[in-house]
Structure formats: structure tokens, C-alpha cells
Design a protein around this ligand. Sequence first.
Ligand SMILES: *[C@@H]1O[C@H](CO)[C@@H](O)[C@H](O)[C@H]1NC(C)=O
Ligand SMILES: *[C@@H]1O[C@H](CO)[C@@H](O)[C@H](O)[C@H]1NC(C)=O
Ligand SMILES: *[C@@H]1O[C@H](CO)[C@@H](O)[C@H](O)[C@H]1NC(C)=O
Length: 120
Amino acid sequence: MKTCTAIALISFAVVAALVATSMATNSTWGTRGYYDRLIYRTQVVRKSELWRKISVDVDFPVKQAYNPYPITQVVAIDHKRKDGGYAVLTKGGPGYRNVTLHIKSERNHGLNYTVEIYGR
Ligand SMILES: *[C@@H]1O[C@H](CO)[C@@H](O)[C@H](O)[C@H]1NC(C)=O
Ligand SMILES: *[C@@H]1O[C@H](CO)[C@@H](O)[C@H](O)[C@H]1NC(C)=O
Ligand SMILES: *[C@@H]1O[C@H](CO)[C@@H](O)[C@H](O)[C@H]1NC(C)=O
């Protein structure tokens, strides 16, 4: 029983430490080959808002435009060194011709992301 409590406390401390340092990370989906080219790049910059998490959806292609290149890689670069957000792929991505990326900030923090989409 005691060891269980100790283990629980230690794992809690480890998780807390990980959350506290919340490093900004880049995310990539898929891989790109030598002949793939950058088909879209956009910068997502949002100011922080008190008590709020900021969410942004990045859609490609924009509006009804047609993208003839199958996507091979999607890259989300977080320019913040700490208190970065996170990005999730919600639609499409590698293997598709379109993609929707959902980017969310930490509470009380803004966003500074570059999204790059490569295709062939
Ligand atoms: C994210 O990518 C950028 C540009 O490639 C790089 O400068 C930065 O160090 C990367 N950050 C992390 C946490 O890997
Ligand atoms: C976002 O990151 C870019 C690249 O590091 C930097 O040049 C720019 O000043 C940053 N913008 C904000 C609003 O922090
Ligand atoms: C984008 O994805 C949706 C399904 O998620 C699909 O119906 C649509 O045809 C796609 N558009 C393009 C341009 O590939």
C-alpha cells in the first residue's frame, strides 16, 4: 500500500514537471521526399487573451480552390520557445489533397506558428 502511494506520488511529480515546462514543439505528419515541393505556407500569429485558450483552424486549400498535388507532409513549427501550443490534424493530411489543422494555445498564451504543406 505504501509503495503504491509512493509510486503514485512520484508519477504525479513527473507528470507535473512535464506539464510545467511545456516546451514548444514542432509537429510533422508524413514524410517528404527529395522531389516534393512546398505547396503552401502560412503564418499563424495570435495575441494572448487572458484566461483564454486560442484555437485556430488552418484549412488547405483555401476556399473552393483545387489542389492538384497529393500532400506528402504537413509541418507545424511552433516559434515560441516555451508555452507553445499544440496542433492536431483534424481532416485530410498526407495522402489527401486537403488538410485541416487545428492549433490551440495554452491558456493565457498566444500563438506563433508556421504551417508548411508539402506535396508532389
Ligand atoms: C522547430 O523548427 C524550427 C524550424 O525548423 C527550429 O528552428 C526549432 O528549433 C524547432 N523547435 C523544436 C522544439 O524542435
Ligand atoms: C513569430 O516568430 C517569428 C520567427 O521566429 C518572429 O520573427 C516573429 O517576431 C514572431 N512574432 C511574434 C508576434 O511573436
Ligand atoms: C477534402 O476532403 C473532403 C473529405 O474530408 C473531400 O470530400 C473533398 O473532396 C476534399 N477536397 C479536395 C480538394 O481534395
